[in-house]
Design a protein around this ligand. Structure first.
Ligand code: 3HC
Length: 342
């Protein structure tokens, strides 16, 4: 057992998945080119928390899983904004369930990161200090009800394309967490499509509202996949390690190919005059993507970065009493258990 720095109580994070005898920090990390490690990856084997792993592999996973977890919880804000204004009780209940799902995804992912020997409290500190990122997409405002449809259809649709391959990630806890997350994202994508379908086939004003939302969310959704491959410093190594299974551009293209026919079914257009089907390759080709916007949003200059972080920090501060109460309860239980076995 180890002493948790934050709550000063005994915790068993490092025993998760049977890692009873060694903490990650006590295992001699193999070199990046360790033949045993590379052979495991070549065989499509899974790395588990008790396994020795190169330090850079562990750090890359912490970085990606933490950013992913942060994205899930920050992602609650743009949609949470509409819970009180959803147009019916049914829509309200669905949206509330969806936002709760995102909180759950954050929890699975923080738990997966903790199996790598980091503490959730530290990861949150890094988010609040701005030293760990979250997805660019959640820095855009949700102006109308149709934005709930566009987020579900496009943002969750992009998330599915990006995240289904992570169910085959070489790191076991991350891969397993993604199975349930992807199932829930599929539901989210369908509910977004259904909202837009209803609006698109409604009054002219409702149709226009749906079209406006799609116009605003299309390009940011394409940017969610990250910079183009030739400007993605992490892709090559993450793909060699089986953390990422496809490049950013390959996944972006898959999303475009999947989404264009759906836009036809919705009766909505995508805001790209250069979008065209390329017979030779069998792919839909978009016009150029303005990646300077992505880099600006990542740097903190998106329309809602300041608001999102202020809200997150405030929520964390307001929740301090809950964490204190949980720590006090856990300490009491641990003391009781210790007394009972003494
Ligand atoms: N927003 C913010 N930062 C981004 C970004 C984006 N859309 N795309 C890339 N970046 C950052 C990377 O984190 C990296 O920064 P770092 O080195 O300081 O960490 C830098 O830009 C360079 O990009 P790379 O392509 O080299 O980085 P990666 O190899 O990590 O690829 C990724 C980026 C494709 C986002 C990958 O990390 C990934 O697949 N992550 C898992 C999925 C995820 O985090 N999705 C976020 C959305 S969650 C979501 O959609 C929730 C759902 O409910 C809607």
């Amino acid at each position: 057992m180890t002493l948790c720095r934050r709550c000063a109580i005994r915790c068993n994070i490092e025993r998760v998945y049977g890692n009873d005898f060694t903490a990650p920090s006590q295992v001699d990390a193999p070199a990046e080119d360790d033949p045993g490690f590379l052979a495991l990856l070549d065989d499509e084997g899974r790395v588990e928390p008790r396994d020795a792993m190169p330090e850079a592999y562990r750090k890359t996973l912490v970085r990606q899983i933490a950013q992913h977890a942060h994205s899930e919880i920050i992602g609650m804000q743009p949609e949470g904004n509409w819970i009180t204004r959803a147009p019916s009780l049914k829509r309200k209940a669905i949206l509330m369930a969806k936002v709760q799902d995102e909180a759950g995804h954050g929890l699975y992912l923080y738990a997966a990161a903790e199996t790598l020997g980091v503490e959730r409290a530290d990861l949150l500190d890094r988010l609040h200090a701005g030293t760990q990122k979250y997805s660019s997409i959640f820095n855009y405002p949700t102006i109308t009800w149709a934005d709930m449809g566009a987020i579900g259809w496009l943002v969750d649709g992009a998330a599915i394309v990006n995240q289904v391959p992570i169910t085959r990630c070489s790191y076991g806890p991350y891969a397993r967490a993604m199975v349930r997350i992807c199932k829930e994202e599929s539901f989210h994508q369908r509910q977004g499509f259904e909202i837009l379908h209803t609006l698109s086939n409604g009054t002219p004003a409702q149709h226009a509202m749906a079209q406006d939302a799609v116009n605003r969310w299309w390009w940011p959704s394409l940017m969610m996949f990250g910079p183009p491959d030739d400007a993605s410093p992490n892709s090559e190594r993450s793909m060699r390690w089986g953390i990422k299974r496809h490049s950013n551009d390959a996944l972006r293209q898959k999303f475009v190919d999947m989404t264009v026919p759906q836009s036809h079914a919705l009766g909505l257009t995508l805001p790209d005059p250069e979008l065209a089907y390329d017979e030779a390759s069998g792919h839909w080709r978009t016009g150029p993507i303005d990646f300077t916007e992505l880099f600006e949003v990542i740097k903190g200059n998106g329309p809602c970065n300041v608001q999102r972080m202020a809200h997150r920090r405030g929520a964390h501060e307001r929740g301090a009493w809950v964490r204190d109460a949980a720590d006090a309860y856990a300490a009491k239980r641990a003391a009781r258990t210790e007394a009972a076995v003494a």
